[in-house]
Design a protein around this ligand. Structure first.
Ligand code: C5P
Length: 290
């Protein structure tokens, strides 16, 4: 019998650009992704049975193959060519449909836990192959280090991330399904050939560590779709800026936004959290995972 606990950390995109359309229906992205210490709690324990049991604290989420964590366990056992009974328990903290890779983080946590329980049956590269079958963000979530992410999400190069700061994540109810957001961008940008190397410039700014320079180059192409159509997202961004956030951006295809405060600005960040709660929004104050 074995038991493994894994933190499934939320990710934010400090920049996210699209530079092309692929023949497999996906898009070429260029992004700097970073995990924060806030996340879901995932535990995996072996059982005397031979199936996969998934229990999730959020009863609105599926507990079968439609849940990426369950799918991860299925794919893992297929790849190693044997299986054993497991019970996966997820305490969900990351909001759904937020652009924070909540489901992907859970799947990656399950892959890491099962690999440990199986006596490291697979190498990191093999885990990434399975991750790619589950979802584009799962590949980054397996390693969770600040990374420049390109291709469909499968090319991961470690890079400098944010450090010595606080990350305030906020989310209202408004959102849009990721494929719909991509499709609106297709209409706006065609083959995306006019997109430059803005994400590369943002990555370089991160090496400098100066938050005002990073903020100057941080951007998310999905804001062009979401903010005009979901004005509440822009309002949350404005709120964070009004409370003194140095860098305020939507994450992924939304609808969560995040704001960066310096460590000695905790009081301002906490006041922002209170104001967000008063508006009925989700809010959490966390830190970058370095
Ligand atoms: O890989 P994942 O299942 O998370 O992707 C969800 C959807 O987002 C895909 O079906 C696709 O429409 C879109 N997507 C994309 N290009 C990417 C990642 C996702 O078009 N690089």
């Amino acid at each position: 019998m074995g038991f493994v606990f894994e933190k499934a950390c939320a990710k934010i995109n400090i920049c996210l650009d699209i530079t092309g359309r692929r023949s497999d229906g996906y898009h070429e992205i260029r992004s700097v992704m970073q995990c924060v210490t806030f996340g879901d709690d995932v535990s995996v324990e072996t059982t005397f049975g031979d199936g996969i049991i998934l229990e999730c604290s959020d009863s609105s989420l599926p507990t079968d193959e439609k849940n990426l964590a369950f799918k991860a366990a299925l794919r893992f056992f297929e790849h190693i060519g044997r299986s054993f009974g497991v019970k996966i328990t997820i305490k969900k903290n990351i909001p759904d449909k937020a652009g924070l890779a909540g489901g992907s983080a859970d799947a990656a946590a399950v892959l890491r836990a099962l690999n440990e329980l199986s006596g490291e049956a697979l190498s990191d590269d093999e885990l990434r192959v399975i991750a790619a079958e589950i979802g584009s963000d799962v590949i980054f979530c397996v390693s969770s280090d600040p990374s420049f992410v390109s291709g469909r999400g499968e090319i991961i190069e470690e890079t400098a991330g944010l450090s010595d700061c606080l990350v305030l994540i906020a989310k209202g109810d408004d959102g849009m399904k990721t494929p719909e957001a991509y499709s609106i961008l297709d209409d706006m940008y065609g083959d995306f050939s006019a997109r430059g190397n803005a994400a590369d410039i943002c990555r370089d700014a991160l090496y400098g560590g100066d938050i005002s320079k990073i903020a100057e180059h941080a951007f998310n192409i999905f804001e062009e779709v979401i903010i005009p159509r979901r004005p509440a997202v822009g309002e949350l961004k404005n709120m964070l800026s009004d409370f003194g956030s140095h860098l305020t951006l939507m994450s992924g295809s939304g609808s969560a936004v995040f704001g960066i405060f310096m460590k000695n600005e905790r009081a301002a960040a906490e006041r922002a959290v209170e104001a967000l709660f008063a508006k009925g929004a989700f809010a959490v104050l966390t830190e970058p995972m370095e």
